[in-house]
Design a protein around this ligand. Sequence first.
Ligand code: MG
Length: 261
Amino acid sequence: MIIIKTSEEIKILREGGKRLATVLYKVKDMVKPGVSTKDLDIYAEDLIRNMGDEPAFLNYRPEGAEYPFPASLCVSVNDEVVHGIPNKKRILKEGDIVSLDLGVKHKGLFTDMAITIPVGAVSSINQKLMDTTEQALKAGVDAARSGGTVGDIGFAVESFIRSKDKKNNMQYGIVEVLSGHGVGRAIHEDPYIPNFGKKGKGAKLIPGMVIAIEPMINLGAKNVTLETDGYTFRTADRKNSAHFENTILITDGEPEILTKI
Ligand code: MG
């Protein structure tokens, strides 16, 4: 069921999204060679709790999971696509790219955001992958208009990536088995927001809907595998992947990004 948020809920989500973006950018500033992925998680959790909020992913148990997610921050390095579990032995090194995915529960309501960033200097192929994925998110957000559909968003992301294939002389993989989603009263709500699709297909976009759009783009093929930890998705061909996500509000006009400072 798609939930339309009340104006009171939207106010809370706007504040929560701002807090989430503030935390995520602080964690971003901590990313450098020599830092462990667990260091980033501890810092993120501290920042969230110091604001009086709660991390949304800690102890979250998706359907079918054998155990709840054991951290506040998902940290996915290089060929890890999403849901990487922080580990004190996993040390970031120069040239890595790292995806940070974070959810915050503020006054009972959830927002969700992700960025992928370089660790020190990275190759131009990796930089282009991150830039392209971030721009694909922008294209998806821009297509999220009242009167349109979920398919318009997927179509916009997919068309943008296919246009970049030519420009960058690449054949980027768009992950299909994972998608964006409604968000707000729960961390995952209806509808699914795939990063591919056809214009005019799928659920209608209505003012008051709050959704997370999150393209996951691979340097190689679209296929992913699940690690034995039950959470970490990696690219099947072990080529790098990038992930950007914003929580947005569907309005009568321009979509409003809630996860921003
Ligand atoms: Mg999400």
